[in-house]
Design a protein around this ligand. Structure first.
Ligand SMILES: Nc1ncnc2c1ncn2[C@@H]1O[C@H](COP(=O)(O)OP(=O)(O)OP(=O)(O)O)[C@@H](O)[C@H]1O
Ligand SMILES: [Mg+2]
Length: 546
């Protein structure tokens, strides 16, 4: 599973190696420049102050000032470059994961709450990207700083150098046993964050719904519960984090104290000059900083493992063969198809044959599988066994890239999204003139409504079309299908919220509206069945032509 993420990340990181290299060069300059500062201070103390050389003092202070200025500038440029670079990697990474989400079947996606998917796609991907880019770079520059500063310290005093080398592994060994707890706590944190988002998405979207049911207290109490749970997890995580960060700090303090005492002893004995001791202590501080960076990276491993697992879980386990339909004919044929949702068997060995341009009605009681059958035909669900042909191509277990040119379904519950009316109607199909769109709006009898809009086709449909009635949403969904013009159209209870008079009109005009298309209408409108070529009924896991 993890391999999938490596397969996405590795080429991405490799492609950006020039960016890494640039940042690496910046880091070398900053490390070298930074390492030079304590050496200047040492000379100020030992050669300018103690020997009372005012001229040398001014030169060294000036030098130190300009060096600091240059380093600040380089650091600032590097930071902007790095932010840009890091964002590019994050966004491309997310794009690639997002693209893979489209490969999933509906029943798999339905096992996740949308808020859960959201935290995985946002938070967990952020975490992974941060780790893989920041850590690489931090390791590069840390390694470099370690070498430079170790060499400098070594040149001062070998015994002090050895003393430091003893302390560094101790820090790591002290935090290592805590990894397991950190892993579990991070997992809890992510899950609780997900629960909180879930709660907000659900309750805020339906505030007035809960109010009309008098359920304000129910929601407020749920908010209390969710927040209380979240608080508990955060506090537990915070405590662990404190132990995680403070153990190294304590050990560093111990190290500094010993070095100060021992270094002081050497200075008093005349083996080390005062300036050298000051420089040495500064170098020691500088050495600790990269060491803590490495420790920070190591400490992030448990968190990254959690994110790795959470992102892996939403990636497709296997990728279906990508193909395109290019058949001249678009007859639909279902052969020996069976389908179950887990243990719930919906279809048992069904066959179906629909020739192009036929107008078909699909009827059956609630929950018998009408919508499910059309999900299978549109390839957003895979059958448990059997074959589905569009023309001569079996679409089962395949990723058909141009499936929407052939078969499109108008969902039972109309879907509108936050965007302009035109965007909602055209989706990716941008080459349609406004005049044509307006004609279609006339066909679905939405022209009067359209004329009342201040900004015409550029008017915004707010969040999921909340500024529309359900019947209006159904009409716009119908308009969308008419503009997409696929070869096979599935209309799932497309007039369930449309008034009686227009429902009759739509049914009677199916032939005209969809003249060169196959049409499959799912309906409970049993008085309208006469206009269809054939009527199919789903019953007892079978489909029968009547
Ligand atoms: N994502 C799912 N996971 C598990 N079971 C599901 C899922 N979607 C539908 N079902 C079950 O599959 C059966 C068929 O559902 P489907 O939506 O296809 O019925 P339908 O014939 O379209 O009903 P309706 O007339 O109410 O729209 C139902 O028993 C339903 O509970
Ligand atoms: Mg249905």
């Amino acid at each position: 599973m993890k391999n999938q993420i490596t397969q996405i990340l590795y080429p991405l990181l490799k492609k950006n190696k020039r960016g890494f290299f640039t940042i690496f060069i910046f880091s070398i300059i900053v490390s070298l420049g930074g390492a030079f500062q304590p050496y200047i201070i040492q000379n100020i103390i030992d050669n300018a102050l103690i020997k009372q050389n005012l001229y040398l003092l001014y030169i060294l202070v000036g030098l130190s000032f300009f060096l600091a200025l240059i380093l600040i500038s380089i650091r600032s440029v590097n930071e902007i470059f790095y932010t840009n670079f890091s964002m590019n990697i994050l966004f491309t990474f997310r794009q690639k994961v997002f693209k893979k989400l489209f490969l999933h079947k509906k029943s798999f996606l339905n096992t996740f709450h949308s808020a859960d998917l959201m935290t995985r796609v946002q938070g967990d991907i952020n975490e992974l990207q941060r780790f893989f880019t920041d850590s690489f770079l931090a390791l590069f520059s840390t390694f470099l700083s370690l070498i430079i500063i170790s060499c400098i310290i070594y040149s001062y005093n070998i015994k002090l150098m050895l003393l430091i080398l003893v302390f560094l592994p101790i820090e790591f060994m002290c935090v290592k046993p805590l990894y397991k707890y950190m892993h579990n706590s991070t997992k809890d944190m992510r899950e609780k964050t997900s629960d909180t988002t879930k709660f907000f998405v659900q309750s805020l979207q339906n505030l007035t719904f809960f109010k009309t049911l008098g359920a304000q207290n129910f929601i407020l109490n749920s908010l209390d519960d969710v927040q209380e749970e979240y608080k508990k997890t955060v506090i537990k995580n915070k405590k662990l984090n404190i132990v995680f960060t403070q153990i190294p700090a304590l050990i560093s303090l111990l190290g500094k104290t010993i070095i100060l005492a021992y270094g002081g002893y050497l200075t008093i004995k005349g083996e080390l000059k005062i300036g050298e001791l000051v420089a040495f202590l500064t170098y020691f501080g500088m050495l600790l900083s990269p060491v803590h960076t490495v420790l920070g990276i190591l400490n992030n491993i448990p968190k990254v493992k959690v994110s790795l697992k959470r992102v892996s879980e939403i990636l497709p386990k296997k990728e279906e063969n990508a193909t395109s339909l290019d058949g001249q004919n678009y007859d639909l044929k279902v052969k020996k198809l069976s389908f179950s949702y887990n243990k719930n068997r919906i279809f048992e060995d069904i066959n179906l044959d629909i020739k192009e341009n036929q107008k078909i009605a699909l009827i059956g009681k609630n929950g018998k599988g009408k919508s499910t059958l059309t999900d299978l035909l549109c390839s957003i669900e895979n059958p448990t066994s059997g074959e589905i042909f569009i023309g001569s191509t079996n679409i089962v277990e395949k990723n058909i890239k141009n499936i929407a040119d052939y078969i499109v379904k108008m969902e039972q519950i109309p879907v509108m999204f936050d965007g302009t009316l035109k965007e909602n109607l055209l989706l990716s199909n941008k080459n349609i003139e406004d005049e044509k769109i307006i004609n279609v709006l006339k066909l679905v009898k939405m022209y009067d409504w359209y004329k009342s809009l201040e900004n015409g086709l550029d008017s915004r449909l707010i969040e999921a079309g909340r500024n529309l009635s359900v019947g209006q949403k159904q009409r716009l969904s119908l308009a969308r299908i008419l503009l997409l013009k696929p070869k096979i159209v599935i209309l799932d209870e497309f007039t369930s919220s449309i008034d009686k008079e227009d429902t009759k009109w739509f049914f009677e005009n199916i032939d005209k509206l969809f003249s060169d298309m196959t049409v499959i209408v799912i309906t409970h409108q049993l008085d309208m069945l006469d206009i269809f070529d054939f009527v199919y009924t789903i019953e007892d896991k079978k489909i029968k032509r009547s």
